[in-house]
Write a protein that binds this ligand. Structure first.
Ligand SMILES: Nc1ncnc2c1ncn2[C@@H]1O[C@H](COP(=O)(O)OP(=O)(O)OP(=O)(O)O)[C@@H](O)[C@H]1O
Ligand SMILES: O=P(O)(O)OC[C@H]1O[C@H](OP(=O)(O)OP(=O)(O)O)[C@H](O)[C@@H]1O
Length: 212
């Protein structure tokens, strides 16, 4: 008897698209997957065990090896910088990271403040730009920060652009495009390479079908 492959899945936005992709790749996932509060879900037919984590924590579960593989937004990889391999761009949940602010924003030298849920990514970006800023970490509703004067700019995810627009903010710079990735623990990859390669290949086939 082999041990089931452990897969860390992000709850929330990415979840449904990732499940659909796995099902289309021919993996049989139990119906309870679609409507349950369980955090560990076994899929015996696929010989898989799913660990349902907060999206930002998926790379952590995979780095520590409690999950062999995982599905993670590129944003979480850039923020967390975990020791994991990225083996496939799944192309799902596309969005991008941008700097935004109030219209007419101009850089001043006086203590610029940037609010973000991604403090490491934001700090790295401004360092690369040669601009010294203070990063203020927030956990959500980032667009509020410039409206109430907590920060003059934000670094956040943009998808439809609706949140920026409805709050009277404008995009100032695009940082990076984002999609979800299949990530792998380096030790699991050495020990279970054929199993993991097979999953990646089957997913890649489905993704290619969509491109065609
Ligand atoms: N418009 C979007 N806003 C945020 N994340 C998005 C968007 N579109 C795609 N994504 C992807 O979805 C992931 C976040 O999913 P979700 O919003 O469910 O998690 P979260 O922000 O951690 O949730 P929570 O609001 O519970 O903190 C990101 O890592 C990103 O890769
Ligand atoms: O361009 P849009 O389609 O409007 O999407 C972008 C918004 O969605 C996300 O927030 P989320 O809904 O996750 O809420 P949060 O601010 O509580 O994280 C993100 O942080 C932006 O605020």
């Amino acid at each position: 008897m082999t041990e089931p492959l452990k897969i860390a899945m992000p709850k929330g936005r990415i979840f449904e698209e990732a499940v659909e992709l796995l099902r289309r790749a021919g993996f049989s996932l139990p119906p309870e997957f679609d409507d349950s509060r369980k955090l560990i879900v076994d899929a015996p037919e696929a010989d898989m065990r799913f660990i349902l984590a907060k999206p930002m924590d998926v790379p952590t579960y995979v780095e520590h090896g409690v999950a062999d593989i995982g599905v993670a937004g590129k944003d979480t990889m850039l923020e967390e910088e975990r020791d994991v391999h990225e083996v496939l761009d799944l192309g799902i949940s596309p969005c991008y990271m941008a700097v935004a602010g109030l219209p007419g924003f101009e850089k001043t030298d006086v203590n610029p403040k940037v609010a973000s849920k991604y403090p490491n990514l934001a700090a790295r970006y401004f360092k690369e730009q040669g601009e010294q800023v203070e990063i203020i970490k927030l956990n959500g509703s980032i667009e509020l920060a410039p409206l109430v004067g907590l920060a003059d700019r934000i670094v956040d995810i943009v998808s439809s652009g609706r949140t920026l627009k409805e709050n009277g903010l404008v995009e100032l710079e695009t940082i990076v495009s984002i999609t979800s990735r299949l990530i792998v623990n380096p030790v699991s990859y050495r020990l279970k390479d054929s199993r993991i390669d097979e999953i990646a290949a089957r997913l890649a086939e489905v993704i290619e079908e969509d491109v065609r």
